[in-house]
Design a protein around this ligand. Structure first.
Ligand code: SAH
Ligand code: SF4
Length: 334
């Protein structure tokens, strides 16, 4: 497999590209960050180098692009032929967010999620994570925020994830502050502890889905190993370090986790945490038995949340029509 130039140290890049001087690698890196990946267009390189380096610097290629009003989804082919997806979300003003994948497929197998039906194909490398961002920026708008809410469980690919985040953060490279980067996890407790130890002001989101242990174990295998009590302990220690509000993603499944007792369990889970509950009405996936709650059901549940002073927001699905919405990422391109 070809290694991506993105995220490479300058010394490594010198060796890879046969440069003698560091400044040559720096020229390439500056171009790469701007999305110039064709060496022949890197005009500050010598003519000899431009002619010598004929391959494209990217290891991934865009094979499909789908657009909706507020989202653009790209399917990328990796150098080993596997396919991964990423999405650029817009808030309708001028803020653009890259939703990136950390793995091809996912090992967690959550019952309501399409990526989960694929199983884990493999972890993405640092450069493959960064290249998703570069392809999304090449669409033409500056992207200011990153969320790891694409395919895969980011905390199960910890080292590549953190390497990519360091490169995104690096002032000489993408210069995106940690506060603008969100990692979403299904609740992989050892990963949350590891994240705590790094003491970085990254944002954390957790796919809670339900605060009922039995129901959660039925939907999410991870809960059988790391039940809610352990998850909560990990979140409390994360918050003790970072002192920052976390997001709990609550995928709403009709008649499953939207009742009064569900709101009550959620209240209990939230006590001692500073969290915002992000309600995501389930995005339909063919072949799955769940149902999207009606507006009335959503309203009834949010009433229960308000009665309990629970902070919530509702994520109206962006990009549902292009299957770029939460939990709908799984490639059907061969
Ligand atoms: N694996 C990580 C990152 C993926 S984020 C995680 O699970 O947190 C994907 C988000 O979409 C998660 O919050 C998940 O709960 C949610 N989700 C998955 N399938 C969904 C679906 N069909 N409809 C709505 N949300 C879904
Ligand atoms: Fe994996 Fe997250 Fe989907 Fe669960 S919800 S299967 S952890 S991508």
């Amino acid at each position: 497999m070809r290694k991506s130039l993105y995220g490479m140290k300058l010394e490594e890049m010198m060796e890879e590209l046969g440069f003698e001087k560091k400044f040559q690698a720096r020229i390439v890196r500056d171009n790469l960050i701007k999305g110039v990946t064709d060496f022949s267009k890197m005009t500050s390189l010598s003519k000899k180098d431009r002619e010598r380096l004929t391959r494209d610097a990217m290891t991934t290629t865009v094979i499909e692009k789908q657009e909706s009003e507020s989202a653009v989804k790209l399917a990328l082919r990796l150098s080993d032929g596997l396919i991964v997806e990423c999405v650029r979300l817009s808030d309708g003003k001028d803020r653009y967010t890259a939703c990136l994948s950390s793995q091809v497929g996912c090992a967690m197998g959550c019952a309501f999620c399409k990526t989960g039906t694929m199983g884990l194909k493999r972890n993405l490398e640092e450069g493959e994570i960064i290249e998703q961002f570069v392809h999304l920026e090449k669409l033409g708008e500056k992207i200011s925020h990153i969320v790891f809410m694409g395919m895969g469980e980011p905390l199960n690919n910890f080292s590549s994830l953190m390497e990519a985040i360091q490169t995104f953060h690096d002032r000489e490279q993408f210069d995106i502050s940690y506060r603008k980067i969100t990692i979403s996890t299904s609740g992989y407790v050892p990963g949350i502890h590891k994240l705590c130890e790094l003491e970085l002001p990254l944002k954390l989101a957790v796919s809670l889905v339900t605060a009922d242990d039995e129901k959660r174990s039925r939907l999410m295998r991870i809960n059988r190993t790391y039940p809610l009590g352990e998850l909560k302990k990990a979140l409390i220690s994360f918050q003790r370090r970072e002192n920052k509000r976390i997001t709990l993603e609550y995928c709403m499944l009709s008649s499953y986790n939207t009742g009064e007792e569900d709101a009550e369990k959620l209240r209990k889970f939230l006590s001692g945490l500073d969290a915002l509950v992000n309600l995501i009405p389930w995005n339909p996936i063919e072949g799955m038995d769940f149902k999207t709650p009606t507006d009335e059901e959503i309203r009834a549940f949010t009433n229960e949340l308000r009665k309990r002073n629970i902070n919530y927001s509702i994520r109206r699905s962006k990009g549902r029509d292009i299957s770029g919405a939460c939990g709908q990422l799984a490639s059907n391109i061969e």
